[in-house]
Design a protein around this ligand. Structure first.
Ligand SMILES: N[C@@H](CCC(=O)N[C@@H](CS)C(=O)NCC(=O)O)C(=O)O
Length: 207
């Protein structure tokens, strides 16, 4: 299997964490796509992902999978059955997907929209349209998202319940991205900050 990525970028980081959690990092070949130079928009890559973005997982039969949740589902089903990363029971799978989507929408994607719209983002090779107002609105959304997850973590150890899951991966990646673009986690989000410290110490996240 091959993973097309740009190391250090948030969405590829999600898959690196997933692979490490599953003990599968050595089973894939990582191929760099130079996103800041716009390589992901070149025809050869667009054939792999028509919605040009990394990461993409290419299977040995040539099938290409985009979207971190789809890639995570695939990887998590390669062993004896899904783990807590995607949820072992019907109920836990549903909760994990629900919370993952909330983390994506309220944290990671909101921070990304701030970065792409209210800052120079990835520069002129990549940014085709920018709206500072939209970016600032998304920044506010991210800060509200932090408060939401702080409340969630008041009564449970992880974002989707008792175990570390892909919802935590999305959320920690969103917070790390927020730091990188200067959106601080409010100091009164004590549950979120404690969770962040704990999750950042996991070998898969610490790197
Ligand atoms: N929803 C996608 C998001 C992928 C994504 O936005 N990746 C970023 C890198 S972190 C990218 O390639 N951006 C290219 C661009 O903005 O043109 C996923 O889950 O994989």
């Amino acid at each position: 299997m091959k993973v097309y990525e740009y190391q250090g970028f948030p969405n590829p980081a999600r898959i690196r964490i997933t692979l490490a959690e599953l003990g599968m990092t050595d089973e894939v070949e990582f191929i760099t796509i130079d996103v800041p130079k716009g390589e992901h928009k070149q025809p050869d890559f667009v054939k792999k992902n028509p919605f040009p973005a990394v990461p993409v997982l290419e299977l040995d039969d040539g099938t290409t999978l985009a979207e971190c949740t789809a890639i995570t589902e695939y990887l998590d089903h390669l062993g004896d059955g899904p783990t807590a990363l995607t949820g072992k029971t019907a109920k836990q799978r549903a909760i994990t997907h629900m919370m993952q989507r909330r983390a994506e929408s309220a944290l990671l994607d909101a921070v990304a929209a701030y970065f792409h719209h209210a800052t120079p983002g990835l520069g002129p090779n990549v940014e085709e349209f920018q709206s500072k107002e939209w970016g600032m609105h998304q920044r506010d959304k991210a800060v509200k998202g932090m408060a939401y997850f702080d409340g969630v973590l008041k009564s449970q150890p992880f974002i989707a319940g008792d175990e570390f899951s892909m919802a935590d991966i999305t959320a920690i990646t969103g917070l790390n991205f927020a730091d990188a673009v200067g959106i601080d986690t409010p100091e009164d989000c004590t549950n979120l900050l404690a969770w962040r410290k704990k999750v950042s110490e996991r070998p898969s996240v610490a790197g």
